[in-house]
Design a protein around this ligand. Structure first.
Ligand code: PXG
Length: 464
């Protein structure tokens, strides 16, 4: 069969998939018994599965399809580039027009002090690049002892060795004896889950100061960098209290360590600015990027590098011994350029800030009135609902964390919408082209899903 044919019935496709395909982050035994969902085509914010069912893509693929599915402009740019130059590398004193044009474009879009980009093919590779870049930078600055990178528990930075290590997912660390040495984790600014004994503003300051304590305990002379997502995505759309980032900024301003803003999810308009760090008034030294860079049409990532770090490394008179076969891949760069052109021409970043963002937020936040929801939150076009067993005691969690969330996710899918579950938080991150009508549909489907989830949980004795 050809990869894209849909002439086989769903069951046959599922059996073939089960026979040979190992899915990421999956319990393959139970998945294979159940059978995968098969997505066969997509357009705008709508997916279609192998049974012809239309599903609203509330997650923009995997937090990445900013411009929506099926944009022929990107396909055409890719085809044209394939015909002209399908591949050449950027090693050994060579380059090509798509990499040149994309670098110029990214430098224009980034804050003024960031003008250079190093390419790779994913967010994980971007963070592996970050890992080596910050240590090499300090080495070149004559401060080779500055090696420790501080990340956060429940942060996500990818699943390669450095990505997993910098991230704070304990279930990932447990597989492969990670983190690698020289990584330190501090607490996350997750008020609903971990801070309800304080008010959110106090908690924001309290958690930010964990960074100060960690730097002071380890020693500023040994700390290379702090890495964080502006809003944690995979960790459950953790939107920090308003006090958090200003306090982190104060701490960073007083200390000479690099700040890495992982923009893999928050970049390219997701928070209503080109970069999430801009939304929070932060000034990063490095910004890993991926996902929305190409809207997922082709795999591409990179690290946006501040003048300070670029000059420090580039003027060292030495090679930075790092790079990938596909660094700056011409076809991926052409896809990225076409994607960025759409984002600019359609004013999608501004649309998130002033139109669809506030429109969806107003409606999404009302879901907090539902009996199953303890908190509803949204910034830009990322949002979460915290499912709770007892609305009168919001610190109480379900006895078997994750089971109600997964139930809710499955019901959402049955109702024709992708909503992701992280623990018992329900997550959305829709394409930036979502219309008002589609936003209404999204919220109505979420409500219907909550009603059905509530009914089943009540029937089965999960609720207090
Ligand atoms: N940084 C951040 C902030 C991410 O969200 C990566 C790095 C790694 O990117 P790549 O391209 O290597 O996957 C990510 C990726 C989920 C989920 O379940 C999230 C991601 C990837 C896979 C699943 O929410 N984020």
């Amino acid at each position: 069969m050809t990869a894209h044919s849909n002439i086989y019935p769903t069951k046959a496709l599922q059996e073939l998939d089960a026979a040979h395909h190992w899915h990421p982050f999956s319990d393959m035994k139970s998945l294979n018994a159940e059978g995968s969902r098969i997505i066969t085509s997509a357009n705008g914010v709508w997916l279609q599965d192998s049974d012809g069912k239309q599903i609203l893509d509330g997650m923009a693929g995997l937090w990445c399809v900013q411009v929506g599915h099926g944009r022929s402009e990107i396909t055409e740019a890719v085809t044209k580039q394939m015909n002209e130059l399908a591949y050449y590398n950027t090693f050994f004193k060579t380059t090509h027009p798509p990499a040149i044009a994309l670098s110029e474009k990214l430098a224009k879009l980034a804050p003024d002090h960031i003008n250079t980009v190093f390419y790779c093919s994913s967010g994980s590779e971007a963070n592996d690049t970050v890992f080596r870049m910050v240590r090499t930078y300090w080495d070149k600055m004559g401060k080779a002892d500055k090696k420790v990178i501080i990340g956060r528990w429940n942060g996500y930075h990818g699943s390669t060795l450095a990505g997993t290590s910098l991230g704070g997912m304990k279930a990932m660390h447990a597989q492969g004896d990670l983190p690698v040495s020289g990584v330190h984790h501090i607490d996350q600014p997750y008020w609903f889950g971990e801070g309800q004994d304080m008010n959110p503003d106090e908690f924001g300051i309290h958690i930010a100061r964990k960074l100060e304590q960690a730097i002071d305990e380890i020693g500023e002379d040994k700390v290379a960098a702090f890495i964080a997502e502006p809003i944690q995505g995979a960790g459950g759309v953790i939107i920090p209290p308003d006090t958090y980032w200003p306090e982190i900024k104060r701490i960073l301003d007083e200390r000479d360590i690099l700040f890495v803003s992982d923009e893999v999810i928050c970049g390219f308009g997701r928070l209503g600015e080109w970069f999430g760090s801009t939304f929070y008034g932060m000034k990063p030294d490095l910004m890993p990027i991926a996902k929305g860079l190409t809207s997922g049409y082709l795999p591409m990532g990179g690290v946006m590098v501040s003048d300070r770090v670029a000059e420090g490394l580039m003027n060292a008179g030495d090679d930075f011994n790092h790079g990938y076969t596909y660094s700056g891949h011409p076809v991926c760069a052409a896809a990225a350029l076409a994607n960025l052109e759409i984002i600019e021409r359609e004013g999608l970043v501004d649309r998130v800030k002033n139109d669809i963002g506030p429109y969806l937020k107003e409606r999404w936040l009302k879901l907090v009135e539902h009996e199953l929801v303890g908190e509803a939150r949204m910034t830009g076009l990322v949002g979460a609902l915290e499912l709770v067993p007892d609305k009168n005691n919001l610190t109480k969690k379900f006895s078997d964390v994750g089971v109600p969330g997964n139930l809710c996710r499955d019901i959402s899918f049955e109702h024709g919408m992708v909503m992701r579950a992280v623990r018992d938080s329900m997550i959305i991150s829709p394409p930036l082209v979502l219309s008002h009508e589609e936003a209404d549909h999204l919220v109505a489907t979420a409500e219907k899903t909550l009603n059905d989830t509530y009914r089943i949980l009540k029937r089965d004795g999960w609720l207090s």
